[in-house]
Design a protein around this ligand. Sequence first.
Ligand code: HEC
Length: 129
Amino acid sequence: MKKLLILTLGLIFMLALVLSACGGGSEPEQVPAQADKGDPVKGKELFLSCSACHGPAGEGVPGLGKDMAGSEFIAGKTDDELVEFIKVGRDPGDPLNTTGVAMPPKGSNPALTDEDLYDIVAYLREIQQ
Ligand code: HEC
């Protein structure tokens, strides 16, 4: 009789475990930090604004723009931070400037919207792979 009781208790315990593991669907939805903000295909077209200085494939042009594929600066920034950076640029007086050449705000293309910049950043992520 005692054995049966222990067995039953054991079963109830296991059932409770299984049920709690299922969580009743109350788990918070996974939102990837940088989910699909930009479209790299559009970004590639928009990158024409940047390629004069950064090269058609972002490889950089000596004396103009820096290489983007191997850029630790780009790798170390979030999409939001990069969009903010591109809006501001980096003039030669900036202590972070490494070439003495200006990175103009929005690459001198004020027509680029935030959405465009997120598309470009998505393309930069592809260049970096
Ligand atoms: C007129 C030339 C020019 C254009 C156009 C230009 N850039 Fe730049 N960009 C530069 C230069 C020069 C630097 C490096 C500045 C420095 O010495 O730190 C730079 C740096 C950068 C960096 C930082 C890279 C690093 O490793 O520090 C990013 C990101 C960047 N540019 C993005 C863009 C994007 C996106 C566009 C197009 C919307 C663009 N640039 C257009 C000249 C340009």
